[in-house]
Design a binder for this molecule. Structure first.
Ligand code: DGL
Length: 282
């Protein structure tokens, strides 16, 4: 199994419905939460954004692993029944340590589902992955795609500035377009151009329209939100008795609830009230 996918342990039956824990370095993982809410409408979710330490993408793997273990511990303390690592950088750096720390907990990362989405749509088996520095450095997508298709060619491009653009609400417009053109260079203007662009960072769906406007028609743009939700659904729906039935999300942030709510609404696709965001230390 690819290292960043779901673990095989099924969700155990329990009398008390328990939420699914989801964490990210900040608000980017809310794009994954939106897909989870849609795929699993009767489940409840606790979402933790480690906004005080964002970005993870420029930090060392050792720091990201430590942060991820702390986020997981905070969610496990809230009795979650599964963990979704809704951050590519944390999935790349910390899944083995998380699985070692919580061997009985179903844990789903976003890398393997993203790789599956890209391999499923590419026709010429040439894929460009846009991700953070940390995810690119770890070779996470390169490895995950190679396990699914050893003959696929993968080019990973670190695009850390996209994170700041998305957080600022500038995912569209002339600045985003210039930055995107700079990162993509002539990748799509060659004879051997890829036909698939994989958004390997939870912030990047906010730049989807900008990217779609500058890549040639026919290039598929995919992200891991839907395929991650499908992987979680496959685990969770095997045990309908454990569904919460209330279908709601609660929000935790390690920094200002106001900023989490304001920026997070862009990622979740619906408003978040600051009053419902709890500030926590992890
Ligand atoms: N959530 C991170 C990811 O998906 C991007 C933001 C960050 O660098 O922390 O890689």
């Amino acid at each position: 199994m690819v290292g960043s996918g779901c673990s095989a342990t099924p969700v155990s039956r329990s009398a008390e419905p328990r939420p699914i824990g989801v964490f990210d370095s900040g608000v980017g993982g809310l794009t994954v939460l939106a897909a989870l809410e849609q795929a699993l409408p009767t489940e409840s979710f606790v979402y933790l954004g480690d906004t005080a330490r964002l970005p993870y993408g420029t930090k060392s793997a050792a720091s990201v692993e430590r942060y991820a273990l702390q986020c997981a511990a905070a969610l496990v303390a809230r009795h979650v029944k599964a963990l979704v690592v809704a951050c590519n950088t944390a999935s790349a750096a910390a899944l083995p340590a998380l699985r070692q720390a919580y061997p009985d907990m179903p844990i789903v990362g976003v890398i393997s589902p993203g790789a599956k989405a890209a391999v499923a749509v590419t026709r010429n088996r040439r894929i460009v992955v846009l991700a953070t520095e940390g995810t690119v450095r770890a070779g996470a997508y390169q490895n995950a795609i190679a396990q699914l298709d050893a003959h696929a060619s993968v080019m990973a491009v670190g695009c850390s500035v996209f994170v700041a653009l998305a957080e600022e609400g500038w995912g569209e417009g002339d600045i985003a377009e210039r930055v995107a053109r700079r990162y993509l260079g002539d990748l799509f203007n060659r004879d051997d151009a890829p036909d698939t662009l994989l958004l390997g960072c939870t912030h990047f769906p906010l730049l989807r329209r900008t990217l779609a406007a500058i890549v040639p028609a026919g290039v598929s743009i995919v992200d891991s939100a839907q395929t991650t939700a499908a992987a979680v659904a496959a685990l969770i729906q095997s045990d309908p008795a454990s569904a919460d039935q209330r279908g709601r999300s609660t929000f935790l942030a390690t920094d200002s609830p106001e900023r989490f709510a304001r920026v997070g609404g862009l990622f979740l696709g619906r408003p978040i009230q600051a009053a419902v965001v709890e500030r926590v230390d992890v």
